[in-house]
Design a protein around this ligand. Sequence first.
Ligand SMILES: [Zn+2]
Length: 176
Amino acid sequence: MFDHQIKELFLRYGLENHFPVDPFLIASKEKIIVFHSDCEFSDRFGMIRKSKHQGIIFYLASNWDLTHQRFFLAHLLAHFFLHLSDQEHVHMHCHITYATDLGTTNRKECEADEFARCLMIPEHFLNKCLTNKKSIAYISQQLDVPQNQVHARIKQLKSEHSRNSSNHLLPKDNVG
Ligand SMILES: [Zn+2]
C-alpha cells in the first residue's frame, strides 16, 4: 500500500541498498531529533513534538530492546510522513497498544503500523525468504524487526495479493 512512497523515500536519500533498513538514519536525514526517554513511558512507546522553534522531536521509549525501538521509530516516522505535514504544532503520543498489539482499530495508528512494516520489511526480501522456506525467526533476525510484525506483513501482503487477484502469491505453507 505504501511501497511506492517508501521507494521514493529510499531513492531520495540513496538508501536503496541499505540493509537492514535503519529508521534512525532516515530520521536524521529528515532532520528529526530523536531522544530516548525512560521516565514517562509506562504506557507509551513514543511521542512527537513539532513546533516552529524546535522543529521536530521524537521521544522514544528506551525500556524496550533495540529491535522494538527500531519498529517504534518507524511507526513515528509513519506519522511524520502521513499525518503531520500540514500541522504546525503537534504534541502527540502513541500508546503501547499500537506497534505491539495487532488488534488495534484506530485508523491512523493502523496506518502507521502498516507503513512501518512496509518500510522495515521489504516485499522482495520477504518473498525470497519464503520461497526458500526460511522461518519467521530467521526473517525477523535478518531484518531486525519483531516477529509478530513479520507475521502481520505476510498477512497484509497476502490480502493485498488476493484483492488484486495477482498470480504471484506468497507460499501458504510457510506461515506459522
Ligand atoms: Zn502512533
